[in-house]
Design a protein around this ligand. Sequence first.
Ligand code: AR6
Length: 184
Amino acid sequence: MKEEVFFNEGKTRLQIVMGDITGQDTEAIVNAANKRLAPGGGVAGAIHRAAGPELWEECKKLGGCETGEAKISGGYRLKAKYVIHTVGPVYNNTPQNARDLENCYLNSLNLAKKHGIRSVSFPAISTGIFGYPLEEAADISLRTVIKFMQDNDLPETVRFVLFGKKDYEVFIKSLQKITAAWDS
Ligand code: AR6
């Protein structure tokens, strides 16, 4: 698997990889869910298929999830012990979209921290069916995660898993832009 490790301060590190999130060996994977936490399409459908029907059985009991918030469940047949479900914003080009997207990452990371989770994989939340432009989403997602990792010891590893070469390259470019601004 292609891997770019960029941020390595103390114990924390950020990885950007190309691949399928359902096969990741991090302790938790994050699901780009809908408010009912139902299987649906996209990455949510893939996670539910790979985890098995027990995941939906548990999700039914979690009481849904609002935009920007996060809930945690078991991982069942996944390698990951936990699934963190977060609901991204449906893109409509308002400032609230960015705040909601940021909150998805912050609430997911805080939940991981609270459960002592050391490694977590994220998909590019909202950039599929919910229509968030990838470049904008990459910038917000990376900045939010980097800031969190600078301020917290857990999770130690955060992995972005991009589904295809184009998305992977957008994230790498976005990261280069962010780090270049630090150096200048
Ligand atoms: N691994 C990693 N990334 C994936 C995978 C995978 N297996 N499959 C898709 N992606 P989306 P959203 C990427 O549409 O935009 C669902 O039906 C995909 O290429 O899954 O937040 C839910 O139930 C894209 O870059 O999530 C909601 O109703 C990213 O994951 C709604 O879609 C997110 O795409 C959520 O929409």
